[in-house]
Design a protein around this ligand. Structure first.
Ligand SMILES: Nc1nc2cc(Br)ccc2s1
Length: 249
């Protein structure tokens, strides 16, 4: 998978040099490039913003630097190399976007080329989104109903959520199976040594070695936790995925 990120604060994305994603880049599992939008300006002040038409507070990001930066990113990727398979996906972090979920991460982890456009100020001139549709699948994307100062933090979260699903990035793919949202439920609580810690014991069943009982206990905890913290996820569950014991929780 190829990932391109465009930002006026490229150093914000240096966290992607570390840990799992950094290692995947070294191994060639992910090709990731971060580009400074200001490289695509033409004036001596390297201007990327201007006042909004129609008035209002703040500044809007100018369209031309973005068009040049996105064209450069597109032609850097597999599609740009003449491979007609897939159009690259342009992810535009925005409070006005679709909500990014684990299902979105799974979907985007299957794509060949992702380009992330980190907006700042009051956002990017809307004509960039319209212009981009010719060569990209454009996906305005939100992490939730709150406003950040820019798209960089959202991109860090999305690249990690997507990158870890790319085959080979996580050492043990088994660990992807029972994590939160992998089956529509929140994950069960986990424990490790010591068995007794500050007068708090580990639940007895986890020490029993009885795998059937342990699996049932974990599933019950998932259902209870999800019902308590995320009733919206319970409402969205497919009843066909619940067995009789699930319904008794
Ligand atoms: N939740 C989010 N807030 C913002 C703000 C800006 Br400015 C750019 C992108 C995003 S995504």
């Amino acid at each position: 998978m190829r990932i391109d990120v465009v930002s006026i604060f490229p150093e914000y994305l240096s966290a992607l040099d570390l840990s799992l994603i950094g290692k995947a880049r070294e191994q060639g599992l992910l090709q990731l490039t971060v580009t400074d939008l200001r490289e695509f300006t033409a004036d001596r002040h390297r201007t990327v913003d201007d006042t909004p038409y129609g008035g209002g507070a703040g500044m809007v990001m100018k369209p031309e630097p973005w068009a040049l930066a996105l064209d450069a990113a597109r032609t850097r990727g597999p599609a740009g190399a003449g491979a007609p398979e897939q159009r690259p996906v342009l992810v535009v972090p925005s409070p006005a976007g679709e909500v990014f979920t684990q299902a979105t991460a799974r979907e985007l982890a299957l794509r060949e080329h992702l380009v992330f456009a980190c907006g700042r100020y009051e956002g990017i001139d809307e004509r960039v989104v319209e212009w981009s549709r010719e060569h990209f699948e454009v996906r305005p994307m939100s992490l939730g109903d709150y406003v950040l100062n820019g798209g960089e933090v959202a991109v860090l979260a999305m690249v990690e959520a997507i990158g870890r699903l790319v085959p080979g990035v996580i050492g043990n793919p088994e660990s992807l199976v029972e994590e939160s949202h992998s089956d529509g439920l929140l994950e069960y609580p986990v424990y490790t040594k010591p068995a007794l810690w500050r007068d708090r014991p580990v639940p007895e069943v986890l020490l029993s070695g009885h795998h059937g009982r342990i699996a049932r206990w974990r599933r019950d905890r998932q259902l209870q936790r999800t019902a308590a913290r995320r009733p919206d996820l319970v409402a969205a569950l497919d009843p066909a995925g619940l067995d009789r014991a699930d319904r008794d929780v």
